[in-house]
Design a protein around this ligand. Structure first.
Ligand code: HEC
Length: 407
């Protein structure tokens, strides 16, 4: 057993690294897309250059030129952009192993979905990522891959299907996170097996004095396009693990699909704008609609619907309901959420949430509503077997607070 304090710091360190590498990757990707779209023809361009852009940043002016296939002469030094992507994937994978596979009990497995052991859960997770990566590669290379529109439609179905499939083996949190990791694997995979190798082949052919195969560039361009449109959805899916409304709903696979649509639409807005094409303002309305549907589904699919709503006649005194809620929260939550947690592997109260005294639970009331009543994110995987009736008793306390907050 790893010391819980050490474990927490390693998790923090890996997350820090992952967020920074992702910023570097997404930042350079946004930059190059913007640059590419803003290139303009100019009479002064040297032979082989397709466009140029002037930019100002950090106290100087930059004159960027793009050589469509390659410059007439290879420069002695070339900067490649690939480690941003590889480091993001690698740090993300280690984080997945550290938080989700080693912490499968709390974060990944939901015994009501499937009572998996840690090894089984990791096998499903890694196997799923590998399987769906092969599906994506197969689709891009198949005749279907020649039409961007067809690929878009099928890709969306694959993403929702994968979210649904992961939801058949993991709890909602692990399912949404694996859907994000799957898309991230497609993206880094594209850099690793298509974009960089193709570019290397082009450089090698040019150095040998030959003419590069234009298909190599076209393939890389297609993968870059996918990566561009998938950037925003993947970040949403990665962050969703902090928002049980998004992952605990039985419609989470549909929410994943809607977020892919919304994220792609928002990207589209910026792509068009940076290319100085007519700005598609409608994309915001469409994205907002998709997100509003996602939000509505998150509530409709919330497990709280399975509980009978508290009736006013059931309410007694606020103090009485609070006393009852405190008893239940102590019994079901305080082994982890205590000043000195008793749960093996938990060193300090998770997220600083302590649920031991009446004052504690009053302070945490909104969070308790979100995590244990509206959704069943807590206890993780219902590990302490909180019953529906117990959650309803807590809902009664919250209802009593809403009605008579002064007591
Ligand atoms: C087995 C240990 C365990 C039990 C039991 C448990 N929790 Fe948690 N709780 C955690 C962990 C671990 C986290 C941190 C989750 C994360 O990293 O996102 C957490 C986080 C939370 C948070 C903060 C969420 C956030 O993102 O800020 C709240 C609120 C919470 N729990 C409430 C409860 C309630 C209410 C119960 C009882 C109904 C409960 N927990 C039972 C382990 C537990």
């Amino acid at each position: 057993m790893i010391d819980p304090f050490l474990s927490e710091w390693i998790s923090f360190g890996l997350r820090w690294l992952h967020v920074i590498t992702a910023i570097a990757w997404i930042g350079s990707s946004f930059y190059f897309i913007h640059l590419d779209l803003s290139l303009r023809k100019a009479p002064t361009l040297p032979p082989g250059a397709g466009g140029e852009a002037w930019q100002v940043h950090g106290g100087g002016f930059y004159n960027m030129r793009k050589y469509l296939v390659a410059p007439p002469e290879m420069p002695a030094e070339l900067t490649w952009f690939k480690w941003e992507s590889y480091a993001t994937w690698l740090s993300g994978f280690f984080l997945l192993v550290w938080v989700y596979y080693l912490g499968h009990e709390l974060y990944l497995v939901d015994p009501q979905v499937r009572p998996l052991t840690g090894w089984q859960a990791a096998a499903f997770g890694i196997g799923g990522l590998a399987f769906f990566w092969l599906v994506y590669e197969g689709l891009c290379r198949s005749p279907l891959g020649r039409s961007d529109t067809a690929l878009l439609g099928v890709g969306l179905v694959v993403i929702m299907g994968a979210a649904w499939a992961f939801g058949q083996v993991f709890g909602g949190r692990g399912a949404m996170l694996h859907t994000g990791a799957m898309i991230a694997t497609w993206m880094s995979g594209s850099v690793f097996v298509v974009i960089i190798p193709n570019q290397k082949k082009v450089v090698a052919t040019l150095l040998a004095g030959g003419t590069p195969d234009p298909r190599l560039g076209a393939q890389a361009k297609q993968r870059s396009l996918h990566n561009n449109y998938l950037t925003l959805p993947v970040v949403f899916l990665m962050l969703s693990n902090h928002y049980p409304l998004a992952y605990q709903s039985r419609w989470n696979w549909l929410i994943a699909g809607l977020v892919v649509v919304a994220g792609a639409l928002i990207r589209h807005f910026f792509n068009q704008r940076h290319a100085h094409r007519p700005t598609p303002w409608w994309t915001w309305a469409a994205a907002a609609l998709a997100l509003a549907i996602a939000a509505a589904l998150s509530l409709d699919g919330a497990p709280s619907r399975a509980m009978a709503a508290p009736r006013a006649a059931e309410l007694t005194t606020l103090a009485g309901h609070r006393e009852e809620a405190l008893g239940l929260l102590r019994a079901r939550c305080a082994m982890c959420h205590a000043r000195q947690p008793g749960w093996e592997g938990i060193g300090t109260a998770p997220k600083g949430v302590v649920l031991e005294t009446a004052g504690d639970i009053e302070r945490q009331a909104p969070a308790i509503r979100n995590h244990a009543v509206l959704t069943h994110a807590m206890p993780p995987g219902n590990i302490t077997e909180m019953s529906l009736e117990e959650r309803r008793r807590i809902a009664l306390w919250l209802a009593a607070r809403d009605i008579r907050p002064e007591h």
